[in-house]
Write a protein that binds this ligand. Structure first.
Ligand SMILES: [Zn+2]
Length: 168
């Protein structure tokens, strides 16, 4: 079940109803696991069936979140096939040696893009202005998005823009 709460200066107070629904009893010890963008409150003591039930529910929650994002991106249908990397996405990063990168004043870790001039036979390597793109997606997640037919082009647009895709 989902509850919406605002974090106050005193912290995040979880309603007793939520604790009861989660099967926590008065006096139970709980564990907080802080993740990047999420918090997980686990029962401090669990039996094997309880622990497995938690694992299954977490897996299903991840699947729901991924499904949500794939719905936001929509199916890859009538988008421009040239710009949508759905068909021929290659996970190859542009690489230059450290000396050249430093000489160009490009910070370490910046994403690199290459522009090709076929007539002049030159390749210009430049630092991308965005922080995230499809190259940041672990292979299994990328595979999941491809299997459901979600538009990777739109997914990449959201990664680059870092706009809100969940919640208001
Ligand atoms: Zn597409």
């Amino acid at each position: 079940m989902k509850f919406i709460k605002e974090i106050t200066p005193k912290g995040l107070l979880l309603p007793v109803t939520a604790a009861r629904l989660a099967g926590f009893n008065a006096g139970d010890k709980v564990e907080y696991h802080t993740l990047d963008g999420a918090m997980l409150v686990l029962k401090g003591r669990m039996s094997a069936p309880e622990l497995l039930a938690v694992v299954q529910q977490l897996t299903s929650t991840s699947a729901q979140l991924l499904h949500y994002l794939s719905e936001v991106c929509g199916p890859c249908e009538d988008c421009d096939k040239d710009s949508c990397p759905y068909n021929d996405f290659e996970e190859e990063a542009v690489q230059v040696n450290e000396y050249l990168r430093e000489a160009a004043g490009i910070p370490d870790g910046a994403k690199l893009c290459a522009e090709v001039d076929e007539e002049a036979h030159t390749i210009t390597v430049l630092a991308a202005e965005h922080r995230y793109d499809l190259r940041d997606l672990p292979a299994d997640l990328l595979e999941t998005f491809m299997v459901v037919g979600a538009c990777l082009g739109r997914l990449e647009e959201h990664l680059i823009a870092e706009d809100t895709v969940y919640g208001g």
